[in-house]
Design a binder for this molecule. Structure first.
Ligand code: BG6
Length: 622
């Protein structure tokens, strides 16, 4: 394996730890060796020392196996040089020939381009010209992302790369395809008979892809400012997941059988006119918080930058299977949490047969693929609450990787290196796929580049711009937020709750975003909901409209009016953009009835905050 860019970040953080994992699992051949090359004037000995210093930091296994590492690193070699240096390639060729003889690699060479994309074409030419392709054995090239920065540059890059190489020698990395949970989408869909009959417009109401990142642009302002989230996440990682989830059943598990279906799917995604981009996509950019800069103040970012750090879109796949089913995607930086989920929401059952029972409305069934950091699959449905009446509660069945498997943690690159060395291109993107993905993204990128944005428009550590919630609300739907126990435990009211109680609350909450100045409770109205603040500020107003109190992250409000069925005794308004969870009256009462310690906590809040004495009976009254 020849690594171009051997002194870089990718090599030490991912490639070498991945090789180490393969060695630990006995999946590296005895005939394997690494030849690193980069500008650093290192010797082989220095390269080995450097990698040996880094590996403890980046290896992913529970225990570090020194003996395996020593055997692996003894196979590392190094030749210094720049890509424009005429002497480098003959030197590499000579070294590869020497190593080939020493290790008995049968002429097989895997070239890994862990370098900036502007070098891909040049490297392809140089490697070809230096005669590497002569002689026995296979020669394959792995190129890192991004593959092009727009449609035109991707097409040009494809032409350059394929000028001297065959498509089946080029392996384009999308590291999402290396994730176990993403690969499992195919296993889930095609190894199980249960869902395939439902996998279409007749049974599925909508699909949501959510890739939230808590990190900001970190030290990558220079790169990111010419990229933005559509290029950085959607065009590649999210469209790959979209293709896996929505493609037709392939004829086999052969790489091209799968990639043909993926390409067909992406080619069927509707491409938007500028007007359609306006209606179907929303962009955002984060502003400063009290202690952290906004995007425009980040290092190497243009202070007037129009680059989006958040995007949400409604897409359609115009084929027989998915016609009319909205597919919502959203991704952003500096959001409230790190979490990637795919939510498949099924059509609701007709509620009419429950008329005359206490059931008022049915929730949709959902299938949630938890991609990361929690890894699992969840099915949400309704169950009858034990007791004499017909009452329902949303519940779920969950499969968690941590409970089902005892596997080590991997970097995601093991499977790609292993697959490439076995000639299996399934996990790599093909030229036509990359092109199809750019054709969907390009109209959005172009329209946004041509029109100024009102940035910044979202606050750090929130759910993102409210416009994204409005986009989906316009269709009568909501983004599905995956709420975890940690979120609830921000609030003293829920902190000591047991697992069953917390589950009940989580399943009953619905998210809602408020713009600054938006009124959420109006004095004198009857309360039908209570609220929990995820982040932001809610002002409680007196009759003159002056703020008498400000509630913030983890606080609840509106619970007394709901509990006692009294009129609201104050107006509450968002002081800043605020994300809240809503708990309906019916759910609140149901949860109270089941959880006496929660009822006690509510009584304490009522007493402290409103000086209201509540008896156990008044709490339970409907
Ligand atoms: C990279 C993007 O491709 O993917 C980054 O350039 C992003 O901006 C990263 O943070 C996310 O990867 P993961 O595996 O952490 O979801």
């Amino acid at each position: 394996m020849v690594i171009f860019g051997a002194s870089g970040d990718l090599t030490k953080r991912l490639l070498v730890p991945a090789l180490y994992n393969l060695a630990c699992d006995g999946l590296l051949s005895d005939n394997f060796a690494v030849l690193g090359t980069a500008m650093e004037p290192w010797t082989t000995e220095q390269f080995r020392e450097r990698m040996s210093t880094e590996i403890p930091k980046y290896q992913t296994r529970k225990e570090f196996d020194q003996a395996v590492w020593d055997r692996l690193v003894a196979r590392f070699h190094y030749v210094p040089g720049g890509f424009t240096d005429a002497a480098l390639f003959p030197a590499l060729r000579a070294e590869v020939q020497r190593l080939d003889a020493a290790y008995g690699a049968c002429g097989n060479v895997l070239f890994y381009f862990a370098v900036a994309p502007r070098f891909f074409g040049l490297l392809c030419d140089r490697v070809h010209e230096s005669g590497f392709k002569d002689g026995p054995g296979w020669k394959r090239i792995i190129v890192e992302k991004p593959f092009g920065t727009d449609l035109e540059s991707a097409l040009k890059l494809n032409r350059e790369v394929l000028a001297n190489w065959q498509e089946n020698q080029i392996y384009r990395v999308d590291h999402y395809l290396g994730k176990e949970t993403v690969q499992n989408l195919l296993a889930f869909r095609f190894a199980n008979g249960m869902f395939e009959p439902l996998w279409n417009k007749h049974h599925i109401d909508n699909i949501q892809f959510n890739v939230a990142e808590a990190v900001d642009v970190e030290a990558r302002g220079g790169y990111y400012d010419s990229s933005g989230v559509v290029r950085d996440m959607m065009q590649n990682h999210m469209f790959q997941m979209l293709a896996y989830l929505c493609m037709e059943v392939p004829g086999s598990f052969e790489p091209d059988a799968i990639r043909n279906e993926k390409a067909k799917l992406l080619q069927s995604v509707r491409r938007y006119t500028p007007d359609e981009v306006e209606r179907n996509a929303v962009r955002g950019q984060y502003g400063p918080s009290a202690d952290k800069p906004g995007y425009r103040q980040e290092k190497d970012v243009n202070p007037q930058s129009n680059t989006e750090t958040y995007a949400a879109a409604r897409l359609y796949v115009d084929n027989w299977r998915w016609e009319g089913v909205p597919i919502y995607l959203r991704s952003g930086k500096a959001l409230w949490k790190r979490g990637t989920e795919i939510v498949v929401e099924f059509k609701r059952a007709p509620a009419v047969i429950f008329r005359g029972t206490p059931v008022n409305g049915l929730d949709a069934n959902r299938l949630v693929f938890h991609i990361q950091p929690y890894q699992g699959i969840e099915i949400q449905f309704q169950a009858k609450i034990p007791g004499p009446q017909m009452q329902l509660q949303p519940v779920h069945m969950k499969f968690g990787y941590g409970e089902a498997f005892k596997a080590n943690r991997y970097t995601g690159y093991e499977v790609m290196l292993y697959a490439c060395s076995h000639g299996d291109a399934t996990l790599f993107s093909r030229g036509d796929l990359v092109e199809a993905a750019w054709r969907i993204a390009q109209p959005i990128i172009d329209h946004w580049a041509a029109t100024p944005a009102e940035f910044p428009n979202y606050v750090r550590s929130t759910w993102g711009p409210k416009a994204a919630a409005d986009l989906i609300a316009a269709d009568g739907r909501q983004w599905h937020e995956v709420v975890t126990e940690d979120v609830l435990k921000q609030s003293p009211l829920f902190r000591d709750g047991d697992a069953v109680f917390l589950e009940q609350v989580i399943m009953a909450l619905t998210p809602r975003q408020l713009a600054a100045g938006e009124v959420v409770i109006t004095k004198g109205e009857l309360g039908r909901e209570m609220y929990l603040i995820e982040q932001g500020e809610i002002e409680v107003l007196d009759d003159e409209g002056a703020a008498i109190k400000v509630l913030t992250d983890g606080d609840v409000f509106g619970e007394i009016g709901v509990l006692m069925s009294t009129k609201r005794n104050a107006t509450c308004r968002a002081k800043s953009p605020t994300d809240i969870y809503v708990l309906s009256k019916a759910d609140f009462h149901r949860i109270l009835r089941d959880n006496s310690s929660f009822a006690d906590a509510i009584r304490t809040v009522a007493k402290e905050r409103y000086r209201v004495e509540m008896t156990a009976d008044s709490l339970m009254a409907e």
